[in-house]
Design a binder for this molecule. Sequence first.
Ligand code: AGV
Ligand code: CA
Length: 316
Amino acid sequence: MNKNKKQVVFDHDGGIDDLLSLMFLLCMDEVELIGVCVTPADCYPDDAVESTLKILAMFNQQDVPVTVGNIIGPNPFPGDWRAQPRLCRALPAFLRTEADYSQLKPEPAHQWLEALLMNAEVPVTILMTGPASNLAKTVTHNPGLKAKISRVIWMGGAVEVRGNVAMHDHDGSAEWNAYWHPQATYDLLSAELPLVVVPLDATNRLPVSWPFLAELAKIKTPLAELAGQCWAATVTAIPAYEFTYFMWDVLATSLLTIDERALTIQAGYLTASVTTPDAGRMSVAPAGKGFACQWLTDVDADAVINYLFELLQTKK
Ligand code: AGV
Ligand code: CA
């Protein structure tokens, strides 16, 4: 363990921007990745595990343990979305790389996380870019472990903007990570961890736009090329009701190390609904009714993009 580096557990759910997030995280010199949890939400876990192991191998991180969650939220993601990141497995850079399956540990993610926190000598940062089911279960089961967590960054929720769920049992007010397992969302908030939520309010500023892709294409490193290929896969494969892919998870990941002047962070109280028709909806609540946390209300998109480009250029 390198005590000068931030100790980070990354819990993701295998989407294309989750995989991009793993690449960016591994470019950060100030971060030591100590484990990856795969939540079987917006992915098929076999795809997500293989792509995760291959990205770790690309960065020579074959010592990092990987686990898969066995908690399944009540509101499954659309199958087309879950299948979309399989495309990454077909890219030449992935096909050329060997996955080391000895990194894949047999215990379910939340059990692995509980043991990791129990044994942690220094507080751990937890980055989550999928539903919060593993951490919610861990801290509900063993609240004493909260002392071992220095910061939680979670991409999830829509606070003062509309959500992105379009399902027959829903009024559209929730974001998908919060909706997949509404009770986990509530449990995460009610644990009152040192939590920063990265909701759609902020990620809406960062669409994967054609000008963005054109700027990225000017960086001619192998990693920038690979990132461009992954993002290219997001411009068409989107079902009818939503045509824009955003840098949801990548923004949340950048919070690990970005200069905070790029961010507008609000402190207050949030709560979440667990019932239809607005399950997973997050809202601001008065003190006593909601749970203390912080959330991003806005972000300087140019500053974030410049930072991402910097990361791509400094590594390999
Ligand atoms: O709601 C955003 C979350 C992020 O963690 N995910 C995708 C990101 O990984 C769900 C999602 C919303 N819209 C989507 C999503 C879309 N059009 N395609 C795939 N996933
Ligand atoms: Ca995700």
